[in-house]
Design a protein around this ligand. Structure first.
Ligand code: PLP
Length: 423
Protein backbone atom coordinates (compact mmCIF):
# COMPACT_ATOMS: atom_id res chain seq x y z
CA UNK A 1 0.00 0.00 0.00
CA UNK A 2 1.42 3.37 -0.92
CA UNK A 3 1.94 6.12 1.62
CA UNK A 4 -0.95 8.59 1.64
CA UNK A 5 0.98 11.80 1.06
CA UNK A 6 -2.18 13.88 0.73
CA UNK A 7 -3.25 12.79 4.24
CA UNK A 8 0.25 13.53 5.55
CA UNK A 9 0.21 16.99 4.02
CA UNK A 10 -3.25 17.78 5.34
CA UNK A 11 -2.94 16.45 8.89
CA UNK A 12 0.57 15.75 10.08
CA UNK A 13 3.05 18.31 11.32
CA UNK A 14 6.69 17.80 10.38
CA UNK A 15 9.59 19.50 12.18
CA UNK A 16 9.63 23.28 11.89
CA UNK A 17 7.11 23.48 9.05
CA UNK A 18 3.86 25.21 8.31
CA UNK A 19 0.62 23.21 8.22
CA UNK A 20 -0.71 25.53 5.53
CA UNK A 21 2.30 25.64 3.24
CA UNK A 22 4.53 22.72 4.27
CA UNK A 23 7.85 21.85 2.70
CA UNK A 24 7.66 18.66 0.61
CA UNK A 25 8.30 15.34 2.37
CA UNK A 26 9.84 12.25 0.80
CA UNK A 27 8.31 8.84 1.58
CA UNK A 28 10.95 6.50 3.05
CA UNK A 29 10.00 2.83 3.39
CA UNK A 30 13.27 1.24 4.52
CA UNK A 31 16.75 2.16 5.71
CA UNK A 32 19.86 -0.01 5.61
CA UNK A 33 23.43 0.86 6.48
CA UNK A 34 23.89 4.38 5.12
CA UNK A 35 21.00 4.25 2.66
CA UNK A 36 17.41 5.38 2.78
CA UNK A 37 15.01 3.69 0.39
CA UNK A 38 12.22 5.78 -1.06
CA UNK A 39 8.79 4.37 -1.85
CA UNK A 40 9.61 4.44 -5.56
CA UNK A 41 12.61 2.17 -4.95
CA UNK A 42 15.24 4.91 -5.26
CA UNK A 43 18.08 4.61 -2.75
CA UNK A 44 19.68 7.69 -1.25
CA UNK A 45 23.03 7.89 0.51
CA UNK A 46 22.21 9.45 3.87
CA UNK A 47 24.35 12.41 4.91
CA UNK A 48 22.42 13.21 8.08
CA UNK A 49 22.51 10.00 10.18
CA UNK A 50 18.99 11.11 11.04
CA UNK A 51 20.13 14.31 12.75
CA UNK A 52 23.37 12.96 14.23
CA UNK A 53 21.82 9.86 15.81
CA UNK A 54 22.26 6.76 13.58
CA UNK A 55 26.05 6.61 14.01
CA UNK A 56 26.25 2.86 13.31
CA UNK A 57 23.92 3.00 10.31
CA UNK A 58 20.37 1.74 9.90
CA UNK A 59 19.10 -1.80 10.40
CA UNK A 60 22.21 -2.81 12.29
CA UNK A 61 22.16 -6.51 13.22
CA UNK A 62 23.43 -6.06 16.79
CA UNK A 63 21.07 -3.18 17.51
CA UNK A 64 18.13 -5.04 15.96
CA UNK A 65 18.95 -8.07 18.10
CA UNK A 66 19.09 -5.97 21.28
CA UNK A 67 15.62 -4.54 20.66
CA UNK A 68 14.15 -7.90 19.68
CA UNK A 69 15.57 -9.67 22.69
CA UNK A 70 14.34 -6.98 25.07
CA UNK A 71 10.92 -6.97 23.39
CA UNK A 72 10.53 -10.67 24.15
CA UNK A 73 10.97 -9.85 27.86
CA UNK A 74 9.18 -6.51 28.32
CA UNK A 75 8.65 -3.42 26.23
CA UNK A 76 8.16 -1.07 29.11
CA UNK A 77 7.68 -0.85 32.82
CA UNK A 78 7.46 2.24 35.03
CA UNK A 79 10.73 3.35 36.64
CA UNK A 80 9.14 4.67 39.84
CA UNK A 81 9.88 2.08 42.54
CA UNK A 82 11.13 -0.39 39.91
CA UNK A 83 14.46 -0.98 38.20
CA UNK A 84 15.47 -3.36 35.39
CA UNK A 85 18.64 -4.84 33.90
CA UNK A 86 18.29 -2.79 30.74
CA UNK A 87 18.69 0.51 32.64
CA UNK A 88 21.43 -0.74 34.96
CA UNK A 89 23.45 -2.21 32.09
CA UNK A 90 23.19 1.01 30.13
CA UNK A 91 24.18 3.27 33.00
CA UNK A 92 27.18 1.07 33.84
CA UNK A 93 28.38 1.37 30.25
CA UNK A 94 27.71 5.09 30.11
CA UNK A 95 29.54 5.86 33.34
CA UNK A 96 32.55 3.90 32.13
CA UNK A 97 32.83 6.31 29.16
CA UNK A 98 32.01 9.79 30.39
CA UNK A 99 34.40 12.15 32.21
CA UNK A 100 35.34 10.44 35.48
CA UNK A 101 33.81 13.03 37.80
CA UNK A 102 30.30 12.25 36.47
CA UNK A 103 28.81 9.50 38.60
CA UNK A 104 25.03 9.90 38.56
CA UNK A 105 22.67 9.39 35.62
CA UNK A 106 19.14 10.63 34.98
CA UNK A 107 17.57 8.89 31.97
CA UNK A 108 15.47 11.36 30.02
CA UNK A 109 13.24 10.82 27.02
CA UNK A 110 14.73 13.33 24.58
CA UNK A 111 17.57 15.80 24.27
CA UNK A 112 15.41 18.78 25.15
CA UNK A 113 14.22 17.03 28.29
CA UNK A 114 17.79 16.19 29.24
CA UNK A 115 18.51 19.94 29.05
CA UNK A 116 15.44 20.70 31.18
CA UNK A 117 16.71 18.23 33.76
CA UNK A 118 20.21 19.71 33.66
CA UNK A 119 18.80 23.17 34.37
CA UNK A 120 16.64 21.76 37.17
CA UNK A 121 19.68 20.03 38.66
CA UNK A 122 21.66 23.27 38.67
CA UNK A 123 18.86 25.29 40.28
CA UNK A 124 18.07 22.61 42.85
CA UNK A 125 21.78 22.22 43.66
CA UNK A 126 22.12 25.85 44.65
CA UNK A 127 18.87 25.70 46.58
CA UNK A 128 20.29 22.74 48.50
CA UNK A 129 23.48 24.64 49.16
CA UNK A 130 21.38 27.41 50.73
CA UNK A 131 22.16 29.85 47.91
CA UNK A 132 18.70 30.58 46.63
CA UNK A 133 19.68 33.73 44.75
CA UNK A 134 21.50 31.65 42.13
CA UNK A 135 18.63 31.26 39.66
CA UNK A 136 19.99 32.57 36.37
CA UNK A 137 21.94 30.82 33.66
CA UNK A 138 24.55 32.06 31.24
CA UNK A 139 24.35 30.85 27.67
CA UNK A 140 26.11 31.71 24.42
CA UNK A 141 24.79 33.48 21.35
CA UNK A 142 24.46 30.97 18.47
CA UNK A 143 23.70 28.28 21.04
CA UNK A 144 20.94 25.72 20.55
CA UNK A 145 19.69 23.43 23.31
CA UNK A 146 16.25 22.19 22.28
CA UNK A 147 12.64 23.21 21.79
CA UNK A 148 11.01 22.90 25.23
CA UNK A 149 10.56 26.03 27.34
CA UNK A 150 13.56 25.93 29.68
CA UNK A 151 15.72 24.78 26.76
CA UNK A 152 14.39 27.53 24.47
CA UNK A 153 15.25 30.10 27.15
CA UNK A 154 18.96 29.24 26.72
CA UNK A 155 18.90 29.18 22.89
CA UNK A 156 20.13 32.25 21.00
CA UNK A 157 17.28 34.74 21.59
CA UNK A 158 17.98 36.84 18.48
CA UNK A 159 19.23 34.60 15.68
CA UNK A 160 17.59 31.43 17.00
CA UNK A 161 14.21 30.16 15.88
CA UNK A 162 12.28 30.81 19.11
CA UNK A 163 12.40 34.61 19.19
CA UNK A 164 8.61 34.90 19.17
CA UNK A 165 8.50 33.31 22.63
CA UNK A 166 11.06 35.65 24.21
CA UNK A 167 8.45 37.50 26.27
CA UNK A 168 7.32 34.35 28.06
CA UNK A 169 10.70 32.66 28.43
CA UNK A 170 12.80 32.81 31.58
CA UNK A 171 15.34 35.61 31.17
CA UNK A 172 18.99 34.58 31.28
CA UNK A 173 22.35 36.12 30.40
CA UNK A 174 23.81 35.71 26.91
CA UNK A 175 27.44 36.14 25.94
CA UNK A 176 28.83 36.69 22.43
CA UNK A 177 29.43 33.42 20.55
CA UNK A 178 33.08 32.33 20.81
CA UNK A 179 34.90 33.95 17.88
CA UNK A 180 38.24 32.11 17.78
CA UNK A 181 37.74 29.15 15.47
CA UNK A 182 38.89 25.60 16.08
CA UNK A 183 42.39 25.26 14.64
CA UNK A 184 42.99 29.04 14.51
CA UNK A 185 44.89 31.03 17.11
CA UNK A 186 43.08 31.89 20.31
CA UNK A 187 42.34 35.46 21.32
CA UNK A 188 42.10 35.51 25.10
CA UNK A 189 40.16 38.80 24.94
CA UNK A 190 37.20 36.55 24.06
CA UNK A 191 36.96 35.64 27.75
CA UNK A 192 36.39 39.19 28.93
CA UNK A 193 32.59 39.20 28.63
CA UNK A 194 32.33 36.01 30.72
CA UNK A 195 34.88 37.26 33.22
CA UNK A 196 33.04 40.58 33.64
CA UNK A 197 29.60 39.03 33.89
CA UNK A 198 30.72 36.52 36.49
CA UNK A 199 32.53 39.18 38.48
CA UNK A 200 29.42 41.34 38.62
CA UNK A 201 26.60 38.81 38.79
CA UNK A 202 27.95 35.48 40.04
CA UNK A 203 25.70 35.59 43.08
CA UNK A 204 22.69 35.34 40.74
CA UNK A 205 24.19 32.73 38.43
CA UNK A 206 23.63 29.00 38.85
CA UNK A 207 25.34 27.66 35.74
CA UNK A 208 26.91 28.32 32.37
CA UNK A 209 25.41 26.09 29.69
CA UNK A 210 27.11 25.57 26.35
CA UNK A 211 27.64 23.14 23.50
CA UNK A 212 31.31 22.18 23.81
CA UNK A 213 33.41 22.97 20.70
CA UNK A 214 30.59 22.65 18.12
CA UNK A 215 27.67 25.05 18.14
CA UNK A 216 25.25 22.97 16.07
CA UNK A 217 21.91 24.31 14.97
CA UNK A 218 22.90 27.87 15.85
CA UNK A 219 25.33 27.89 12.90
CA UNK A 220 27.48 24.74 12.79
CA UNK A 221 30.38 26.70 14.26
CA UNK A 222 33.57 25.05 15.55
CA UNK A 223 35.25 27.08 18.27
CA UNK A 224 38.61 27.02 20.00
CA UNK A 225 39.16 24.52 22.84
CA UNK A 226 40.92 27.23 24.86
CA UNK A 227 37.58 29.03 25.17
CA UNK A 228 36.04 26.04 26.92
CA UNK A 229 39.11 25.54 29.08
CA UNK A 230 39.07 29.17 30.21
CA UNK A 231 35.29 29.05 30.76
CA UNK A 232 35.75 26.03 33.04
CA UNK A 233 38.38 27.91 35.07
CA UNK A 234 36.16 30.98 35.39
CA UNK A 235 33.19 28.86 36.50
CA UNK A 236 35.38 27.36 39.23
CA UNK A 237 36.66 30.77 40.27
CA UNK A 238 33.16 32.22 40.63
CA UNK A 239 31.33 29.15 41.93
CA UNK A 240 29.14 28.60 38.91
CA UNK A 241 28.31 25.13 37.57
CA UNK A 242 29.28 24.19 34.02
CA UNK A 243 26.70 22.29 31.95
CA UNK A 244 28.05 20.73 28.75
CA UNK A 245 25.35 19.89 26.23
CA UNK A 246 26.97 16.98 24.36
CA UNK A 247 23.69 15.89 22.75
CA UNK A 248 24.99 16.46 19.22
CA UNK A 249 28.72 16.08 19.89
CA UNK A 250 28.79 13.04 22.17
CA UNK A 251 30.03 9.54 21.21
CA UNK A 252 32.80 10.39 18.79
CA UNK A 253 31.28 12.84 16.33
CA UNK A 254 33.99 15.51 16.71
CA UNK A 255 36.91 13.05 16.75
CA UNK A 256 36.93 12.75 20.56
CA UNK A 257 34.53 10.56 22.47
CA UNK A 258 33.08 13.74 24.03
CA UNK A 259 33.83 17.19 22.68
CA UNK A 260 34.85 18.48 26.12
CA UNK A 261 37.91 16.22 25.81
CA UNK A 262 39.32 18.63 23.20
CA UNK A 263 39.78 21.00 26.15
CA UNK A 264 40.60 18.34 28.76
CA UNK A 265 37.88 19.64 31.05
CA UNK A 266 35.12 17.95 33.00
CA UNK A 267 31.67 19.49 33.26
CA UNK A 268 29.61 19.41 36.48
CA UNK A 269 26.56 18.36 34.48
CA UNK A 270 26.48 16.81 31.02
CA UNK A 271 23.63 16.04 28.62
CA UNK A 272 23.82 13.26 26.04
CA UNK A 273 21.21 12.03 23.55
CA UNK A 274 20.93 11.45 19.80
CA UNK A 275 23.69 8.81 19.19
CA UNK A 276 23.13 7.38 22.69
CA UNK A 277 20.58 4.90 21.35
CA UNK A 278 22.25 4.54 17.95
CA UNK A 279 19.36 6.41 16.36
CA UNK A 280 16.83 3.69 17.19
CA UNK A 281 14.54 4.94 19.97
CA UNK A 282 14.29 8.31 21.64
CA UNK A 283 16.55 8.42 24.70
CA UNK A 284 18.81 10.92 26.40
CA UNK A 285 20.57 11.28 29.72
CA UNK A 286 21.71 13.97 32.11
CA UNK A 287 24.76 13.11 34.17
CA UNK A 288 26.18 14.92 37.15
CA UNK A 289 28.94 14.75 39.75
CA UNK A 290 28.62 13.52 43.33
CA UNK A 291 28.91 17.12 44.45
CA UNK A 292 25.86 18.17 42.39
CA UNK A 293 23.83 15.14 43.49
CA UNK A 294 24.73 15.78 47.14
CA UNK A 295 23.65 19.39 46.84
CA UNK A 296 20.33 18.39 45.29
CA UNK A 297 19.66 15.98 48.16
CA UNK A 298 19.96 18.91 50.58
CA UNK A 299 17.30 20.93 48.71
CA UNK A 300 13.79 21.34 50.18
CA UNK A 301 12.43 18.61 47.92
CA UNK A 302 15.40 16.27 48.63
CA UNK A 303 14.70 14.28 45.46
CA UNK A 304 15.25 15.52 41.90
CA UNK A 305 11.81 16.65 40.83
CA UNK A 306 11.47 14.95 37.47
CA UNK A 307 10.06 11.55 36.45
CA UNK A 308 8.54 11.00 33.02
CA UNK A 309 6.19 8.08 32.31
CA UNK A 310 8.57 6.48 29.85
CA UNK A 311 11.71 7.12 31.90
CA UNK A 312 14.39 4.45 31.24
CA UNK A 313 12.26 2.69 28.66
CA UNK A 314 13.73 -0.85 28.53
CA UNK A 315 13.72 -1.08 24.73
CA UNK A 316 15.56 2.21 24.42
CA UNK A 317 18.03 1.30 27.18
CA UNK A 318 18.72 -2.12 25.62
CA UNK A 319 19.50 -0.70 22.20
CA UNK A 320 21.58 2.08 23.78
CA UNK A 321 23.67 -0.54 25.63
CA UNK A 322 24.27 -2.34 22.35
CA UNK A 323 25.19 0.96 20.69
CA UNK A 324 27.66 1.81 23.47
CA UNK A 325 29.19 -1.65 23.15
CA UNK A 326 30.00 -0.81 19.54
CA UNK A 327 31.37 2.59 20.59
CA UNK A 328 33.47 0.87 23.27
CA UNK A 329 35.34 -1.14 20.62
CA UNK A 330 36.96 2.16 19.68
CA UNK A 331 36.51 1.55 15.95
CA UNK A 332 34.79 4.92 15.65
CA UNK A 333 38.19 6.59 16.05
CA UNK A 334 39.56 5.34 12.73
CA UNK A 335 36.17 5.76 11.05
CA UNK A 336 35.77 9.38 12.13
CA UNK A 337 39.41 10.21 11.32
CA UNK A 338 38.99 8.76 7.81
CA UNK A 339 35.72 10.65 7.28
CA UNK A 340 37.36 13.87 8.43
CA UNK A 341 40.29 13.44 6.06
CA UNK A 342 38.04 12.65 3.12
CA UNK A 343 35.63 15.50 3.84
CA UNK A 344 38.56 17.95 4.01
CA UNK A 345 40.01 16.70 0.74
CA UNK A 346 36.78 16.54 -1.22
CA UNK A 347 34.98 19.63 0.07
CA UNK A 348 37.98 21.95 -0.41
CA UNK A 349 36.96 22.66 -4.04
CA UNK A 350 33.64 24.07 -2.78
CA UNK A 351 35.43 27.18 -1.47
CA UNK A 352 35.49 28.38 -5.10
CA UNK A 353 31.70 28.26 -5.36
CA UNK A 354 29.88 31.55 -5.95
CA UNK A 355 28.08 32.46 -2.74
CA UNK A 356 30.20 30.17 -0.54
CA UNK A 357 31.34 31.92 2.64
CA UNK A 358 33.35 29.13 4.27
CA UNK A 359 33.98 25.41 4.14
CA UNK A 360 34.86 23.71 7.42
CA UNK A 361 35.29 20.18 8.68
CA UNK A 362 35.69 18.74 12.16
CA UNK A 363 35.54 15.01 12.84
CA UNK A 364 32.59 13.54 10.96
CA UNK A 365 30.98 16.94 10.31
CA UNK A 366 31.38 18.74 6.99
CA UNK A 367 29.89 22.20 6.53
CA UNK A 368 29.53 24.58 3.60
CA UNK A 369 28.39 27.96 4.88
CA UNK A 370 26.78 30.09 2.19
CA UNK A 371 26.55 33.87 2.31
CA UNK A 372 22.78 33.76 1.92
CA UNK A 373 19.99 31.46 3.04
CA UNK A 374 19.40 28.56 0.69
CA UNK A 375 16.11 27.48 -0.85
CA UNK A 376 15.65 24.28 1.18
CA UNK A 377 12.88 22.72 -0.94
CA UNK A 378 14.75 23.35 -4.20
CA UNK A 379 18.08 22.08 -2.90
CA UNK A 380 16.48 19.07 -1.30
CA UNK A 381 14.94 18.09 -4.61
CA UNK A 382 18.27 18.53 -6.35
CA UNK A 383 20.00 16.35 -3.75
CA UNK A 384 17.41 13.61 -4.20
CA UNK A 385 17.99 13.76 -7.97
CA UNK A 386 21.69 13.32 -7.21
CA UNK A 387 20.94 10.25 -5.06
CA UNK A 388 21.73 11.69 -1.63
CA UNK A 389 19.85 12.76 1.48
CA UNK A 390 21.22 16.08 2.73
CA UNK A 391 19.01 18.55 4.52
CA UNK A 392 20.28 22.13 4.53
CA UNK A 393 19.00 24.85 6.85
CA UNK A 394 19.37 28.62 6.80
CA UNK A 395 22.65 29.25 4.94
CA UNK A 396 24.20 25.88 5.78
CA UNK A 397 24.69 22.80 3.63
CA UNK A 398 26.23 20.17 5.85
CA UNK A 399 26.70 16.45 6.44
CA UNK A 400 27.26 14.36 9.56
CA UNK A 401 27.01 10.82 8.20
CA UNK A 402 26.99 7.48 10.01
CA UNK A 403 30.48 6.43 11.06
CA UNK A 404 30.19 3.28 8.93
CA UNK A 405 29.79 5.18 5.67
CA UNK A 406 32.01 3.81 2.90
CA UNK A 407 34.50 5.99 1.10
CA UNK A 408 32.48 5.67 -2.12
CA UNK A 409 29.25 6.69 -0.38
CA UNK A 410 30.97 9.66 1.24
CA UNK A 411 32.27 10.72 -2.17
CA UNK A 412 28.70 10.63 -3.45
CA UNK A 413 27.72 13.07 -0.69
CA UNK A 414 30.63 15.44 -1.29
CA UNK A 415 30.14 15.29 -5.07
CA UNK A 416 26.50 16.28 -4.62
CA UNK A 417 27.44 19.14 -2.30
CA UNK A 418 30.05 20.33 -4.80
CA UNK A 419 27.55 20.03 -7.65
CA UNK A 420 25.01 22.31 -5.99
CA UNK A 421 27.45 24.99 -4.87
CA UNK A 422 29.62 25.02 -7.99
CA UNK A 423 26.88 24.84 -10.63
N1 PLP B 1 20.92 20.12 22.42
C1 PLP B 1 21.60 20.09 21.26
C2 PLP B 1 23.02 20.56 21.22
C3 PLP B 1 20.97 19.62 20.10
O1 PLP B 1 21.65 19.62 18.93
C4 PLP B 1 19.63 19.18 20.18
C5 PLP B 1 18.93 18.71 18.98
O2 PLP B 1 19.30 18.95 17.88
C6 PLP B 1 18.97 19.21 21.42
C7 PLP B 1 19.65 19.68 22.52
C8 PLP B 1 17.55 18.76 21.53
O3 PLP B 1 17.46 17.39 21.41
P1 PLP B 1 16.06 16.70 20.99
O4 PLP B 1 15.79 17.11 19.59
O5 PLP B 1 16.31 15.23 21.17
O6 PLP B 1 15.03 17.22 21.95
Amino acid sequence: MSINLAFDREHIWHPYTSMIDPLPVYPVVAANGCELELENGQKLVDGTASWWSAVHGYNHPALNAAVTEQLSKMAHVMFGGITHPSAVNLCQRLLAMVPTNLTKVFLADSGSIAVEVAIKMALQYWQGKGNKSKQKLISLRKGYHGDTFAAMAVCDPVDGMHGMFNDVLAQHYFLPAPESAFGASFDSKAMQPLQQLLQQEHQQIAALILEPIVQGYGGMRFYHPEYLKAARALCDQYQVLLICDEIATGFGRTGKLFACEHSQIQPDIMCVGKALSGGYITLAATLCSDEVADGISLSDAKGLMHGPTFMANPLACAVASASLDIIATGQWQQQVAAIEQQLKAELAQCKQGPGVKEVRVLGAIGVIEMVNKVDVAKLQQRFVELGVWIRPFNNLIYVMPSFIISSAQLSQLTAAMAAVVLE
